[in-house]
Write a protein that binds this ligand. Sequence first.
Ligand SMILES: NC(=O)c1ccc[n+]([C@@H]2O[C@H](COP(=O)([O-])OP(=O)(O)OC[C@H]3O[C@@H](n4cnc5c(N)ncnc54)[C@H](O)[C@@H]3O)[C@@H](O)[C@H]2O)c1
Length: 256
Amino acid sequence: MRKLDGKVALITGAGSGIGRATALLFANEGAKVVVADYVPEGGRETVELLKNTGAQAMFVEVDVSKSAEVQAMVKSTLDAHGRLDILYNNAGVLGGYVFTADLSEAEFDRIVSINLKGVFLGMKHVIPVMLEQGGGVIINTASTAGLIGLPGQPAYCASKAAVIQLTRAASLEYADQNIRINCICPGGIETPLARLPEGVRPPFRQPQPMRRMGEPEDIARAALYLASDDSSYVTGIALTVDGGWSTGIPKHPPKN
Ligand SMILES: NC(=O)c1ccc[n+]([C@@H]2O[C@H](COP(=O)([O-])OP(=O)(O)OC[C@H]3O[C@@H](n4cnc5c(N)ncnc54)[C@H](O)[C@@H]3O)[C@@H](O)[C@H]2O)c1
């Protein structure tokens, strides 16, 4: 018996990075995966990768910041599978490194509408389905940037901190109705999102207590824990997976 046998999992932002790694791990554990993304090429590529392993998978194009599109994504999932057991609100964007006074209102709104409102809309349209079917699991994506401040990422930090609180509030609302809602706070993970354009340097030094970036699979395994019955008594948490980044100030590197 695999950990997600018979489950239907909807993963947003699954056309790349953490979402793709999670789609592959969930499918390997028996889930039918719905790959949602606003970049069709990436989403279809993930579906191909899944199908090559013999998994059942489909792609849905969605902009998670648009309520009607999120509703349509949920409907497509239900039309195909008749149920929805796991929602992973993973889609997100990082801004350029711009200080607060120089950040445009349009860019602030874009980041918050994807990273925060997108998570709200996912929960808003999926919770009624889960209530109707008697339960489910929701995983939201926050960040180390929701726990500590990063100069040049004011909107990103604010959106991710708010996801933690949104998760806590919603988790309490449905804790007695068999819906568990948690979030993950990834640290620096090797994905296209974390790759800076040539010549761009963040206005801070990123501490790496483990002296390495994380892999998308490091987060996928945390998502599997939260999606499966291994975490059956866990709700409302912000699970930090950041190699110690937000724990404190790392020691000096060893001298050789
Ligand atoms: N990589 C890191 O270092 C890191 C650290 C902390 C948190 N995170 C978070 O993890 C999540 C996944 O990021 P990743 O590193 O895999 O990045 P990524 O860029 O590789 O993947 C993000 C995916 O989300 C999709 N997406 C973006 N906006 C969307 C929208 N409006 N609607 C639908 N899809 C959309 C993109 O097309 C892309 O496929 C994000 O929420 C990100 O903020 C990443």
